[in-house]
Design a protein. Structure first.
Length: 300
């Protein structure tokens, strides 16, 4: 960045010094153009550097080939159909029923889905101004976030009838419940803990992997004392210690979709539901044609 900035400064000075006095008007015009170009170039360079730093930070956060954080793989136990039009943003299993939240303004829903057939049993459409995000269950209620509307919705699990709404700060991405607090992600490395009745923020947790912040935490699932978070844009799930924020393991889910599954456009992995009885995970992604029941296994 420094050398490019120096190069532009130097070019600017050279141009200025070499312009003939007799072309003063022309000089003023060109100097202004160069100055404006310099400003634009600096903005572009600054933006690129900021993006690069964030990207590098994200990459280093889950590059563990030489690290001490264990990496897990998966074994597919069952493969089920999934609505390829569903832009999955949240997934959960409660009392044997699978619930899914879908995004995109004008297409956002909360739905109950038949696990084995993928058919939508019941669905509630959000208003066109809302982009559906994560969902969680608190007792007999489902809580649903929306992306940038700072608005959450509350429904009955039985019939998906809306029974309330609440406000929160910042963006809403993923949400899960640890039995005491709702845990919410917003795309940064910081998870928020909310009171499940007042929806007020009562705590925060920064997630880190071997000293680096882990950003882009997205869909969440609280599983046996750990927070599982899939990372936006990566086929990876982080296993997070809810007390320290430390990533204790990575689950590599690459290779779940085959070529046949990718014939139509698919988007990223984004759905984790835990089956308490079978101790397995249900996972899918945005526009994925399949839902997978998997078992987590050590990776060789
Ligand atoms: Ca979930």
């Amino acid at each position: 960045m420094t050398s490019i900035g120096y190069y532009i400064d130097n070019k600017y000075r050279q141009c200025y010094l070499h312009v003939d006095r007799s072309m003063a008007a022309y000089t003023i015009m060109k100097t202004r153009e160069i100055y404006e170009l310099n400003i634009v170039a600096r903005i572009i360079i600054f933006t690129l550097c900021a993006l690069f730093v964030q990207f590098e930070q994200a990459l280093s956060a889950y590059s563990n080939e030489n690290g001490s954080v264990p990496i897990f793989g998966y074994k597919v136990l069952n493969t089920y159909p999934h609505d390829p039009e569903a832009f999955t943003q949240g997934l959960l299993l409660n009392n044997g029923k699978l619930y899914e939240s879908t995004g995109i303004k004008g297409q956002s829903t909360l739905r109950e889905v038949d696990i084995t057939t993928g058919e939508v049993i019941n669905s509630h459409s959000l208003g066109d101004e809302y982009f559906g995000e994560g969902i969680s269950v608190v007792n007999t209620k489902i809580v649903q976030l929306t992306w940038r509307s700072k608005t959450g919705f509350v429904y009955n699990t039985a019939d998906l009838k809306p029974i309330g709404r609440f406000k929160y700060k910042g963006e809403g991405w993923g949400i899960t419940f640890d039995g005491k607090h709702l845990i919410m992600s917003n795309g940064t490395a910081t998870l928020q803990f909310l009171d499940p009745h007042t929806f007020k923020t009562v705590g925060e947790l920064e997630v880190h992997n071997e000293g680096s912040k882990v950003v882009m935490l997205n869909e969440l699932e609280y599983i046996e004392g750990e927070i599982y978070a899939n990372i936006l844009g990566a086929d990876k799930i982080a296993r997070i210690d809810p007390h320290t924020g430390r990533v204790t393991g990575w689950i590599d889910l690459s290779g779940l979709l085959n070529k046949e599954n990718k014939k139509k456009r698919v988007d990223v992995l984004n759905g984790i539901a835990y089956d308490k009885e079978n101790k397995t995970l249900l996972v899918t992604g945005k526009l994925w044609p399949k839902l997978f029941e998997i078992e987590i296994v050590p990776k060789n």
